[in-house]
Design a protein. Structure first.
Length: 305
């Protein structure tokens, strides 16, 4: 098929690579404008842009897609480029811009989205983070026919992926990115064969994965230890979870839950010689890996030394 791809981060780049490997004709890529990053804040291309340029695929980076919006000039240029591409389908994965009706309606087969959850659970911006934070034992990928709503379109294909007890957002992200690439190739094959079937999302079970706010990173020791431990993994690698230690802000990356130990929330607890924990609203959390501001990740034993 002639495919236009819209995506920005590594999650999307995995799908772009899978489409190329499957032999589809990539006729254009939409991705976010270059952003400043690193210590020097130099402009950096997205993962999708870097891969598309390696492939020799035309790249378009509009700042907006509304024809009557603030970036109308960008939107009109993108519209002309998409018309000229004459794509059969647009594949979308973590693009970062809302697609207006003119985009959704342009390709012959519309726009197919790779969403990192088993819809209708975890619609929205941060489905991987929120699945881990909530203690879900499984999640997955949904290939969805996009409509004007927020992840409300008909489901085309779903596949489940277990959430392991030690998963971070980084580890689960990588498995779901690979699964998303596999499923979108399968979806396009079925579309070519005329066997792809759309199923409306059920009205029950809808949850929303709200965007991660840095203000959520502060650890509240009055919460249960197991809830805090899940959030540590959900917020790894970004934004991390922080606590104050003798006037310094420290990030806590990994910890062990001791559910049967009780003490006043926020107080230190000696678990064994040389091993300290922090009492929570329920249970005790033993820090294992921490990071000082500007430093690297170290064990908590190294930190205490």
């Amino acid at each position: 098929m002639r495919v236009v791809f819209a995506g920005t981060p590594e999650f999307a780049a995995a799908a772009l690579a899978a489409l190329k490997a499957a032999g589809h004709e990539l006729v254009g890529v939409l991705t976010q404008p270059d952003r400043p990053a690193g210590r020097g804040l130099a402009l950096q291309p997205s993962a999708v842009k870097s891969l598309a340029l390696q492939m020799g695929v035309p790249v378009f980076q509009p700042q907006g897609l509304r024809l009557d919006g603030r970036f109308a000039a960008d939107a009109h240029q993108a519209q002309e480029a998409l018309k000229a591409a004459q794509a059969d389908v647009m594949v979308v994965a973590a693009y970062g811009l809302i697609l207006p009706p003119w985009v959704l309606e342009m390709p012959r087969l519309g726009c197919l989205n790779i969403h990192a959850s088993l819809l209708p659970r975890w619609r929205g911006a941060a489905p991987i983070h929120r699945a881990i934070e909530a203690g879900d034992t499984s999640t997955g990928i949904t290939i969805m026919q996009m409509d004007a709503g927020l992840d409300t379109g008909d489901m085309l294909i779903q596949a489940e992926e277990p959430v392991r007890s030690d998963d971070t957002t980084a580890s689960l992200h990588d498995r779901l990115a690979a699964l998303g690439g596999q499923l979108i190739v399968q979806a396009l094959f079925q579309a070519e064969q005329g066997t792809l079937r759309a199923v409306p999302q059920p009205e029950s079970g809808v949850t929303y994965a709200h965007k991660i706010d840095k203000r959520e990173s502060r650890i509240d020791w009055s919460a249960p230890a197991e809830v805090i431990e899940r959030r540590l993994r959900a917020f790894d690698p970004f934004p991390g979870c922080t606590f104050e230690w003798e006037g310094h802000t420290v990030k806590l990356w990994r910890a062990q839950v001791h559910p049967d130990v009780a003490a006043a929330a926020g107080s230190p607890v000696e678990l064994a010689p040389g091993r300290l924990g922090v009492a929570c609203g329920n249970g005790v959390l033993e820090p294992l890996v921490v990071q000082r501001a500007g430093g690297r990740r170290i064990t908590f034993a190294q930190f205490l030394q």
